[in-house]
Design a protein around this ligand. Structure first.
Ligand SMILES: Nc1ncnc2c1ncn2[C@@H]1O[C@H](COP(=O)(O)OP(=O)(O)OP(=O)(O)O)[C@@H](O)[C@H]1O
Ligand SMILES: [Mg+2]
Length: 292
């Protein structure tokens, strides 16, 4: 299977180039470029309002529902242009979004929610297969099949939201902060499931504020700040970067540092007094850019 080929064919997967998005007069993304090679997990990190959800909406063609629009750039998936096409065409192309805040149909049962996810499916057998796959992945959804979705716990609702997306048999999943507000154990379970889904061949673009979790899953990562990509590189490299550790992983460096600030950076930001830091004064670490 080509899933195991470390070098997918040229142009396969998701490519976002020089994307700009506005909500009316509000510019939310500027010059955003990123790639998600087929079969990979790539994460986009960033704080509140950085533009993460906007990016996913631009890919899934749902900006219009939020009174936003693409003003420049393009989105391609497996060579085909997605930008400018309807949300339904994006789903038909195999790209399915699990929106922020796990929007399950609260008054419908678990079973009905899953069925809703398969509405586009052409044949029944395919839908039944998808359902089996989802219930194997999330046994709790089988146990709760006849319960109203609104009665599930937050974690279970997230599972249902992911399960519903899988019913459309996506080639690529767009996940918007799937662990937000979940207890650590539940977040870990969701993370494990994302790994499993990816292992079965689904490409994943994961948007997260939980940088530690996301970096442990992803092969590559991008950091968005105020609508722009400010850092990108292999996930391991970002996880090891002093700046990312301080700003996004909440790690305080105390004592011996290894990463003596890239090249010509001059004196390190560390003061003789100890761990006091002035982020605005410290040079950005130079990370290997992923796309040359
Ligand atoms: N429907 C909208 N109308 C106007 N502005 C919007 C709309 N949605 C988002 N924005 C603005 O666009 C910017 C990016 O928002 P977005 O929701 O994409 O950020 P985010 O990274 O997903 O944040 P969070 O982590 O809080 O979900 C913000 O300045 C936000 O206020
Ligand atoms: Mg968001």
């Amino acid at each position: 299977m080509d899933v195991h080929d470390p070098r997918p064919p040229e142009g396969s997967g998701l490519i976002v180039r020089d994307l700009a998005v506005s909500y009316g007069p509000v510019a939310a993304l500027r010059g955003v470029s990123l790639e998600v090679p087929r079969g990979s997990i790539v994460t986009v990190l960033g704080g509140n309002g950085a533009g993460k959800s906007t990016l996913l909406r631009a890919v899934s063609g749902t900006l219009g529902f939020h009174r936003g629009g693409v003003t420049a750039g393009e989105v391609r998936f497996d060579g085909a242009r997605l930008s400018g096409t309807a949300a339904s065409s994006v789903v038909a192309a195999g790209v399915v979004q699990v929106p922020e805040g796990r929007r399950v149909f609260a008054r419908m049962t678990v079973e009905e929610n899953l069925r809703a996810g398969a509405l586009g499916a052409r044949d029944r057998r395919a839908a039944a297969e998808s359902r089996d796959r989802v219930l194997t992945l999330f046994p709790v959804l089988a146990e709760r099949a006849r319960q109203r979705a609104g009665l599930l716990s937050g974690g279970e609702q997230q599972m249902l939201a992911i399960g519903r997306a899988l019913m459309a048999r996506p080639r690529m999943l767009l996940l918007d902060e799937p662990t937000l507000g979940l207890a650590p154990m539940m977040a870990a379970r969701i993370a494990e499931t994302v790994r499993e889904i990816n292992g079965q061949g689904t490409t994943v673009l994961l948007v997260e504020q939980n940088a530690a979790m996301a970096l442990s899953l992803a092969s590559h990562a991008y950091v968005l700040e105020v609508g722009e990509v400010v850092l990108s590189g292999p996930a391991g490299e970002l996880a090891a970067s002093d700046e990312v550790r301080r700003r996004y992983l909440g790690v305080e460096d105390d004592g011996d540092d290894g990463n003596g600030g890239g090249g010509d950076g001059g004196p390190a930001a560390r003061t003789s007094g100890g761990a006091r830091r002035d982020l605005s004064a410290s040079p950005r670490p130079v990370l290997a850019r992923w796309s040359a």
